[in-house]
Design a protein around this ligand. Sequence first.
Ligand code: ZN
Ligand code: FE
Length: 259
Amino acid sequence: MTEILALPAFDDNYIWLLRARGFVAVVDPGDAAPVLAHLEKSGDRLCAMLTTHHHGDHVGGLAEILACFPVPVFGPGIENIPGVTHALAGGERIGLPEIGVEFEVIAVPGHTRGHLAYYGPSIGGDGVIFCGDTLFGAGCGRLFEGTPAQMQNSLAKLAALPPPTRVYCAHEYTQSNLRFARAVEPGSIDVQRRSEHVELERAAGRPTIPTSIRVELASNPFLRWDAAAVRAAAATRLGHAPADAVETFSAIREWKNRF
Ligand code: ZN
Ligand code: FE
């Protein structure tokens, strides 16, 4: 059985740890300290590191960890991340034999141009996706390097995963994202219920991640370009009816940038 643990880092990042058979792999080690502390305390042995994109809060710990544990590092080839030993472009299958898991690598450009997501269909029964800063709880990443069309296409790939798939994103942004989701769909019972639930979880100091594709499809305005209420909200921002999913997504993303 593969365990997945969160190591909180910085203000609102999660470094994810996959753990089985006395080994761990880490996803997006932005900071070395919590990873090294876990290894020391647990006696777990590090076997690999996975990175989704080049931003410092996702790769900043690589060098210091590699100095102690020279393990394979997977990451997007076009982003030139120092320490990456296995450059990926999306479409590959990678295995972590020590832990006994396999991932399908999915290219999800938009937040950055080489952003990757790691999909483990047989992990934890329902399957898991590590999606970095592409899909968040009730939100999505900013478009730093990509176009709205790229990001909408990337999000559509994630939206097409089986609904029970557990979504492990890299930030705890769900509560503030839901404030925006309520503005987009003020009449949505799903958004309302999720907001109430997330308020309670955060008040109790609990993470809202993982979420699931099912929950995101119901309440994340950045996956709901086909919903009448979201199209209507986009139309209000644009001053005309959106032509397609990309224009709807783009209008909602622009709105969120100013929200
Ligand atoms: Zn980022
Ligand atoms: Fe980030």
